[in-house]
Design a protein around this ligand. Sequence first.
Ligand SMILES: *Cc1c(COP(=O)(O)O)cnc(C)c1O
Length: 488
Amino acid sequence: MKHVTYIGTRDASIQASASEAILKGICADGGLYIPAEIPTMDTPLEELAKLSYQDLAFTVLRKFVDFTDEELRACIDGAYDEKFDTKEIAPLVQKGDAYFLELFHGRTLAFKDMALSILPYLMKTAAKREGIDKEIVILTATSGDTGKAALEGFADVEGTKIIVFFPEDGVSPVQKLQMTTQEGKNTCVVGILGNFDDAQTAVKQIFTDVELAAELEARGYVFSSANSINIGRLVPQIVYYFHAYLQAVKQGGLSMGESINFSVPTGNFGDILAGWYAMKMGLPVGHFVCASNDNKVLYDFFQTGTYDRNREFHVTVSPSMDILISSNLERLISHMVGQDLTKEEMTRLQTEGKYSVEIKESKITGEYATEAETYTAIKDFFGKTGYVMDTHTAVGYAAYKKYKEATGDNTPTVIVSTASPYKFTKDVMMAMDDKYKTEDAFVLMDELAKISGVAIPEPIRGIETREILHKNVCEKTKIQEFVKGYLL
Ligand SMILES: *Cc1c(COP(=O)(O)O)cnc(C)c1O
């Protein structure tokens, strides 16, 4: 089988195999790796429908990596096992007027587990193939969920170290405890006095700092990334778009070949981009709704063609989407308008904080939900169906309703359900009733169990009593010094 070549978003002459791209994480010029050609899914949907999640993953991923079939099988078997609390891995449930693709059945209760449970295996296999004998240092900026999922994936994985930076005051209490109580000799967790964009920018700078890389290499380290700038994060996410479609057909919601829509709660644009790749491979998708919260930089972009990060940053009830620089949008742009223009516009983003490109027929519409709309969506939907959405999923649902109202598009729709409501218990319960305002988030978990009929997920039961193992706090301008101090 011919393997996909990866090229840079800003320079098509930068080329890499899948293994190289997974290990490097980011191109030397600051661009991201994209497939030079998006492979087509040549297995008919009818055949795909017979596969388990693992076999479907094998069929999709095999098109994107340069591993042997045995190597890839081992990665998939290691990742999608009993770590997930359901055999289906990613159940599709129909509630009210939509489908919900529940991607939160992994250890950390958010969709990041779908990719981060397999990334360590992909990275180790890539390192073996490339003959890397250095210790791989995973640097990760997180808006809350990536950090824990990456820690869980890489903890005590031989030959790796992982350092996670999260916004000290920008994550939910459960998210924070999930990270600061992380065990594993090779883990390091740091709260930064800044937001996700500060952390992501610092991490990207460290990756492209040639001097620092040389210094570390001399000490036996190489950097890689567990953020969705790494192609090894994106590719596993393509699988569940196929899975959702096939499940919807099985459940009788549409006939094979008919189109489906997806509404995706979006931050760094990784999840929705994976869906877009699935569509490019041949999955019958009518439309994507790119759902934002009050940080609606993507909504404005899809409305006007201008991306402008010069605006107030809002800390919202959907913190994993509190992002003003959506890195993976660069990939979509490069596919649509080519490398030269992408390079120009990304340079403008760095110098002016904004850029403009005309994107035609991406099949993506931006929508957004305010804080009040998010709360209302949770409460009303629970009232109608008894189903409790988390705050991020609620943004996706509210955006879907607005899109449907504005366009009259009645295509069956999957809301990509990115987190368990237990991860954001306090806000979910406050959406239900203002009386919970003064209650402790952990006490409210019992209340949530009562009203939803869904038990508290095992990985966070009793988390409030676990020992805090990580207490590092760092200024946002001192991230590089911290990394050096920790490693050298
Ligand atoms: C990360 C995250 C998102 C945003 O996904 P992107 O791939 O960054 O667009 C949405 N919801 C939750 C719960 C997340 O953890």
